[in-house]
Write a protein that binds this ligand. Sequence first.
Ligand SMILES: Nc1ncnc2c1ncn2[C@@H]1O[C@H](COP(=O)(O)OP(=O)(O)O)[C@@H](O)[C@H]1O
Length: 370
Amino acid sequence: MNKKKIALFGGSFDPIHTDHVNIAKTCYEKLGFEEVWFIPAYLNPFKKAQLSSIKDRLAMLRIVEEKYDFIRINQYEISNNRPTSTFETLSYIIKHYPDNDFAFIMGSDQLDTFEQWSNFNQLIKIMPFKVFLRDEKNFNQEIVKKYALETFTFNNNFLSSTDIRQLKNLNKQIPKINEYINFHLLYLPERMGGQMDEARYQHSINVGKMAQKLAVKWGADENKALVAGTLHDIAKCWTREKNLWYLEHYLPFLIEEPFPIWHSFTGMLHLEKDWLIKDQEILQAVFNHTVGSIDMSLLDKIVFCADKISLERDYDEVETMRKLCFEDIEQGFIALVKMQYEQAIKKHGPNSIGLLLTNTYNYFVKGEKD
Ligand SMILES: Nc1ncnc2c1ncn2[C@@H]1O[C@H](COP(=O)(O)OP(=O)(O)O)[C@@H](O)[C@H]1O
């Protein structure tokens, strides 16, 4: 009987990206493997370097598994519930699937530490190792020669999970995985933490939670509220130059608005252009969070209010405002627009608060509808 040829592909897949899939496709389309089994690594809960949950990493792998018949997920390491060496995993798989013929797939970056993998001398004898070149010129040729390893090129986008976590090369990433990451707010410390100080980060988290609560109370989409609320201030700590660059390139007419408001527009642009968030409702809620506009959805109002009544806010009337927002979101919103407007006038004078806030105030508070 001919044994089924299977390629085993281990990694953290945090997240899985296009190049992982392209490697698997090469195995299937060009190297005669009938299946490729992705083996996500377990991450030690006591280890600091731990990243996304197993649930999220598996959900992202499933998106790919559903698309390609030849891709399967093997959960041996995950179900072990402890860090498991490649040697242990491969020994287990060989023993339990005697009707298959296996090879192990690795990226060339792994060559440098290859000899330190546990039980290395036995490991290299139990199955062939196939090396996919991350960089065709720059890889450890000594190890390749020493162990007579086969090397392969593939349709390489030069992606890495680290880069994806840091918002780099997202245009080359699998769109559905981008969407999953954005909707589940994965990699916030990397993606948001680097752009703001600790207090702003905590405020952002609090606004997300408050927006979610308000959405549950008023029947809006709670996930969109959580995402928009959490990300609303993403551009708040940017320099004037960076803000200006985005406005000049995409929305130059808004440069006339006061600088402290710019971050709502540039935050929206950043989320759209760099995070590749496609959801217009989320983008609009971020756009409207500081001064609003005359055309606001329930979600926009919720994020606007959540920003002003989040957990860490402690101005005199905050409790009254919180109560009002949970009793009547429309009245809460009007009261908060009024407060925002009066504070802006006090701080900046009536001639420098910008057209948008004036319009929002006139429309919602004064009731001027034309
Ligand atoms: N662009 C790539 N080219 C070659 N191998 C890759 C590439 N991206 C990932 N790999 C390999 O895929 C396996 C799993 O990678 P993983 O650690 O989950 O992600 P990454 O290396 O992208 O951060 C590793 O063997 C890694 O070397």
